[in-house]
Write a protein that binds this ligand. Structure first.
Ligand code: HEM
Length: 122
């Protein structure tokens, strides 16, 4: 069992969004959508804390948030997002912990993609 802490999440999330913002494709999408970056980072730390540690800190509706930005939710953008997540977690965490974060992200991305697809075809 890999040991994951709030401290890992507190380092991983801001480092990931630094890379997202520096990305030529994803950066502009996020910068256009997000006014309050400190708030977004707190939300995403709470999200990953709920997902990985079962703390229930996150209260929100990720599906609604992504359907709102449906035109940007393409397969290519998901691959790009996941590649950056993989790189950042590999750089910052022990291999087992990184793998656990990557598996979760893969699964959540798949369900977000299905949700967005369902919305498009409705
Ligand atoms: C929020 C984009 C993939 C988790 C957001 C927002 C944008 C965005 C623009 C802000 C929404 C708003 O406030 O209007 C994207 C893009 C993705 C992607 C372009 C890939 C194509 C993912 C994945 C995850 C994720 C794979 C989880 C593993 C979240 C969460 C929020 C969020 C938890 C906060 C939702 C809330 O407001 O409660 N995303 N996202 N995103 N994203 Fe993503």
């Amino acid at each position: 069992m890999s040991q994951i802490s709030e401290e890992d999440i507190g380092r991983l999330v801001p480092a990931f969004y630094d890379r997202v913002r520096a990305d030529p494709v994803l950066g502009p999408i996020f910068d256009q959508a997000i006014d309050d970056w400190p708030l977004h980072l707190e939300k995403l730390k709470a999200f990953w804390s709920s997902v990985m540690l079962g703390t229930g800190r996150y209260k929100g509706q990720p599906m609604v948030a992504h359907v709102r930005h449906e035109p940007h939710m393409t397969e290519d953008n998901f691959s790009r997002w996941l590649a950056l997540w993989r790189q950042t977690s590999d750089d910052m965490l022990a291999p087992e912990a990184a793998a656990a974060f990557q598996e979760k992200a893969d699964r959540i991305a798949e369900s977000l993609q299905l949700g967005v697809q369902f919305y498009r075809e409705r």
